[in-house]
Design a protein around this ligand. Structure first.
Ligand code: TRP
Length: 425
């Protein structure tokens, strides 16, 4: 449940639709799905497994397992890079989560009723130009996140997610139903699912792979930290497959709710980060009971973002508390403060915002994942690895082992090379 809470967040509802729109739709979606299946799932199994075996925070996990395998202590750099990546992501994540919080209030006040592309678009651009408003919401979100992490992640998070996910899903289905009736459903559908490979650049392939890591919370230790809290008798493979399935389902339903509205309302699919924040309020603003549905929806987006943000700072906090003798509140407070300052940077400069987004999703997370795969399948003893995955059949184990050893790392490397190649061609 906590891992699902981490995976399902702004990545699914806000980021996936907007980057799918910017990268031409169908072919991008296909590459993303293939990356989830062939790269994301095997590496996610590896990352959970490392945490559960070592029962420590990500930095100490890597140090401990490297020592056990007689390997270099430099492997702990995976953990360090992860703590940094988590902070970098949190810096822009809390700004976007802040927009969602603002929309809770706006929806409740009926701001969007009868809204169209122009009025909602103007509302969004006003919000993103107001530094004060954004700082207020970004600070609110940071405080909410820090409060929970300081209290200890495992308490209550599972229950919150268990309740929130189904409600979020039902609201997405309500939106989907509305889109089906009032939107241009066929245009939305064919945009997302007809594969035009001529639209696919090296940059798009890299973005699709990066997003597979981002949406699964992969490659920075979040999933490793959660793995370390996982009971020894729980099945890693089953848990990972369930999380990946739910995560993908929610992204696709969100996409299918948004794009028919985009086309019916004359919004450009490549409109960028505002895509969700402009298209969905139009739907809420024009459906019966829309103010209530809209308010509920943005509350849930806020909660989804919050259960994700928790996992962004948890690895760093776990490391601080387990290594130095400082209490959880001080550790969480310092992580929160750094992230908050970076968030100010993102509010003042959209270039900084985009830079952090690209740096983490397209580079830090895939590199972290690549190293996790190599460590698990080349450095660790096969018997140690097998022990954590004891519940799956020999055939499934071999399949997973081969993909973690060869296929997934090779695919990540190929995509990096392809990106560099297409930069110069
Ligand atoms: N997966 C989350 C989302 O889609 C974001 C997230 C939370 C994340 N924790 C992470 C991304 C760790 C990368 C690494 O919104």
């Amino acid at each position: 449940m906590a891992a699902t809470g981490s995976a399902v967040g702004l990545g699914n509802i806000w980021k996936f639709p907007y980057i799918a729109g910017e990268n031409g739709g169908g072919a991008f979606v296909l590459v993303y799905l293939v990356c989830i299946l062939m790269i994301g799932i095997p590496i996610m199994i590896a990352e959970v497994l490392l945490g559960r075996r070592a029962q420590r925070n990500p930095i100490n996990t890597m140090r401990h397992l490297a020592a056990q395998a007689g390997a270099s202590s430099y492997w702990q750099l995976i953990g360090w890079m992860g703590v940094l990546a988590g902070l970098f992501i949190m810096m822009f994540y809390s700004v976007v989560a802040g927009w969602a919080l603002d929309y809770v209030v706006a929806s409740a006040q009926g701001t969007f009723s009868g809204g169209d592309k122009n009025s909602v678009g103007a509302y969004f651009s006003e919000l993103t130009q107001s530094t004060n408003l954004q700082i207020a919401w970004h600070s609110t979100f940071t405080i909410l996140t820090v409060a929970v992490v300081a209290a200890g992640v495992t308490k209550g998070l599972g229950n919150a997610v268990r309740f929130m996910m189904p409600v979020l899903f039902v609201l997405l289905l309500v939106l989907l139903g509305y889109s089906y009736q009032q939107g241009n459903f066929m245009a939305g559908f064919s945009f997302l699912f007809s594969f035009d490979f001529s639209k696919l650049s090296g940059q798009s392939v890299l973005t699709a792979m990066g997003h597979a890591f981002f949406t699964l919370s992969l490659g920075m230790g979040a999933i490793m930290a959660y793995g370390s809290y996982m009971p020894k008798d729980a099945s890693i493979a089953k848990t990972v497959c369930t999380v990946a399935f739910l995560d993908t389902l929610i992204a696709l339903v969100a996409g299918m709710a948004i794009f028919p509205l985009v086309f019916a309302n004359g919004i450009e699919p490549s409109a960028g980060p505002g895509l969700m924040f402009v298209s969905l309020p139009i739907a809420f603003g024009n459906m019966p009971g829309g103010d209530i549905f809209g308010t509920m929806f943005f509350v849930l987006v806020g909660i989804a973002a919050w259960s994700s943000a928790i996992s962004l700072i948890e690895p760093g906090v776990a490391w601080l508390t387990e290594t130095f003798n400082i209490n959880r509140l001080a550790a969480t407070g310092s992580m929160g403060l750094i992230a908050w300052l970076g968030g100010l940077g993102c509010i003042y400069s959209s270039d900084f915002f985009n830079f952090l987004d690209k740096l983490t999703a397209n580079f830090m997370l895939p590199i972290g994942g690549l190293l996790i795969a190599i460590f698990t399948a080349w450095v660790m003893k096969r018997s140690h690895v097998n022990k954590e995955l004891g519940d799956i059949s020999g055939l499934s184990f071999n399949l997973w082992y081969a993909s973690t050893r060869v296929f997934a790392p090779l695919s990540v490397l190929t995509i990096f090379v392809y990106e560099v190649y297409s930069l110069f061609m």
